[in-house]
Design a protein around this ligand. Structure first.
Ligand SMILES: Nc1ncnc2c1ncn2[C@@H]1O[C@H](COP(=O)(O)OP(=O)(O)O)[C@@H](O)[C@H]1O
Ligand SMILES: [Mg+2]
Length: 167
């Protein structure tokens, strides 16, 4: 049966800290392998959110906005799993994405991928990707829309929503 309802919900963040905390909460709901696609304009809060995911996941170093590297690998001491922080802002041509080794990253069954400017690789991401779209509403106000096309991943998002918002 086709999925008629979009598997999505939105929320408003009123501060950078709140956006980071949402990332922490999402990380807590994730299985060992997950792909999180962050999209939206510059300054919308993608890196803030990614930092939260890194914290909640247990990365040994804080995630930061990459300057030249497109992929930054983080590890956590507990199980040596990998978090790949990817920023496609500087991708100039779509073909350049091929040089990232995205396939192996997405196939890492004990790895988490957090991708900023993920709209630039949309066609390469699997159905079970967690999409988070960021919109700037006001100076300190952001709308975050969480969605996925996969029903099992939707359950993860529902658990996150319950944990973060109590509904
Ligand atoms: N509600 C909010 N959520 C996230 N960032 C916010 C919020 N309000 C203000 N900000 C500010 O917006 C900027 C977001 O930057 P960043 O996370 O690097 O964005 P992006 O990675 O999307 O380009 C930061 O300077 C942050 O302090
Ligand atoms: Mg960023």
């Amino acid at each position: 049966m086709p999925v008629l309802e979009p598997l999505s919900f939105e929320c408003i963040s009123h501060s950078a800290e709140q956006t980071q905390r949402l990332g922490v909460r999402l990380a807590a709901a994730l299985p060992a392998h997950a792909i999180i696609a962050l999209s939206g304009p510059l300054g919308a809060g993608k890196t803030q959110f990614a930092r939260g995911v890194g914290l909640g996941w247990g990365a040994s170093q804080p995630l930061r906005s990459p300057t030249f590297t497109l992929v930054q690998e983080h590890h956590r001491p507990a199980d040596h799993h990998t978090l790949y922080h990817i920023d496609l802002y500087r991708i100039e041509r779509h073909e350049d994405i091929a040089t990232l080794g995205l396939d192996e990253i997405l196939d890492d069954q004990t790895g988490i991928a957090v991708i900023e400017w993920a709209e630039r690789a949309a066609s390469l991401l699997p159905e079970d990707t967690i999409q988070v779209r960021f919109e700037i509403v006001q100076e300190n106000k952001r709308r975050l829309t969480f969605s996925t096309q996969d029903t099992a991943t939707w359950q993860i998002l529902l658990a996150f929503r319950k944990n973060a918002f109590g509904v």
